[in-house]
Design a protein around this ligand. Sequence first.
Ligand code: NDP
Ligand code: 8X3
Length: 251
Amino acid sequence: MKKTALITGATSGIGRATARLLAQNNFRLVICGRREDRLAELQDEFSALTQVQTLNFDVRKKKDVAKAIASLPADFLTIDVLINNAGNAHGLDPIENGDVDDWDAMIDINVKGLLYVSKAIIPGMVERKSGHIINIGSIAGKEVYANGNVYCASKHAVDAINQGMRMDLNQYGIRVGAINPGMVDTEFSEVRFKGDSQRAESVYQGLEPLHAEDIADIIHFVVTRPYHVNIADLLVLPTAQASATIVNKKV
Ligand code: NDP
Ligand code: 8X3
């Protein structure tokens, strides 16, 4: 029987590439995001391959998250795999100049949003004593870099939540693991720099960054291991990147 995966942030980047690969590989999907037009396009695309439900909600809105997930049809209520991927950086400023709205966005989306979605899915997994949660962290959850302050804090929180979830859900046989990418060429930098495409493109100039499909490929590997195997914590970098700040750029 096909497994069902719920993916947050499926309208772009890592989430979209993962949804596409899982659709091609025998998973049923619940794809989530705020951009309804993209959800509709992806539903059209993936429906040729598998059964797909879309959920349109903002992970910051606690009640909307619970309502959206509860609205799934009965045959979609069993979520076997939860991929907590929705998130972004907002701004790259020294702490003294940081914008409080950017701080709110990063804490509310990357940390609280991940918790709200998990809160809606975990009880079913506990009841079934089965399930797999993948938290998308970041190298920014393993290291802190200048001007990364609150984004790094939000991803360090994801790292802590990932470890805590694994401990608490261990007694129910639920798998929990994090994938922590370095530089991935998605809409991430466009969002971080608020639509400044030139600045966003310059992040990836002079090196081959990871592509969203590289992370999707790893997620597919992780979710298709035998059930006794839990990949708990992976750091994945482009070859040109050695740490958050050491990047071999040919420019
Ligand atoms: P993208 O900007 O391409 O994708 C972000 C996704 O998150 C979109 O689908 C967006 O959908 C969704 N999202 C953002 N805010 C909200 C919200 N408030 N409510 C619901 N969904 C939301 O970036 P990536 O694919 O790169 O990012 C995916 C994850 O990977 C993030 O957690 C990011 O921190 C992490 N990551 C990215 C790295 C990179 O270099 N790109 C490196 C390390 C980690 P929509 O706007 O439609 O709601
Ligand atoms: C995204 C990677 O290095 O911009 O999480 O923080 S980085």
